[in-house]
Design a protein around this ligand. Structure first.
Ligand SMILES: [Ca+2]
Ligand SMILES: [Ca+2]
Length: 167
């Protein structure tokens, strides 16, 4: 039982043993360094496809790599991976995780730049997500009309449009 898996709340679809196994595999990868408990983007495809045996298309893998490079500065920590694993089963929790990762400077808002960098990642996970530009999204999602798109507003918008099944 590692301290890591104990630290991750709400893991109904993964046992502590499975999470420990993910961590063990993660830490055997060539670019893993104990200093930051992270791997480089070059190990991302190996991790998903060969070690995890998860079915992912090449396109999805490319987007993960791209995301790690551009959004996370080239390194992804085990904690960030576990966050994804433990929310895969619930789309709404997953949206929350995506939006929080999209908010690169962690100010609680999604800027046009952050939107531009990360929207295609959401689309890869859920192809039904609208092709939309930032202005259009802001118009629909900015419920308190302050001209800014908060993380909460974006999560609410994503939930609304998926439950309606629109677009
Ligand atoms: Ca931000
Ligand atoms: Ca707003």
């Amino acid at each position: 039982m590692s301290a890591l898996s104990d630290a991750v709340p709400g893991t109904p679809h993964f046992t502590a043993e499975q999470l420990d196994e993910f961590c063990r595999i993660f830490r055997t990868l060539p670019t893993y360094r104990a200093e930051d408990d992270a791997i480089s983007s070059s190990d991302v495809p190996v991790f998903y496809r060969d070690l995890m045996k998860w079915e992912r298309t090449q396109e999805q893998i490319d987007v993960y790599v791209d995301c790690v490079e551009r959004a996370l500065g080239g390194r992804m920590t085990i904690t960030q991976y576990l966050q994804y694993f433990t929310t895969q089963h619930d789309k709404h929790d997953l949206f929350r995780v995506y939006v929080e990762n999209m908010d690169l400077n962690k100010d609680g808002f999604i800027s046009p730049e952050e939107f531009k960098l990360c929207w295609h990642i959401l689309k890869t996970h859920d192809p039904t997500i609208a092709v939309i530009d930032f202005e259009e999204l802001l118009e629909q999602a900015d419920t308190n009309k302050d001209g800014k798109l908060s993380n909460d507003e974006l999560v609410a918008w994503l939930k609304k449009f998926t439950s309606r099944g629109k677009y």
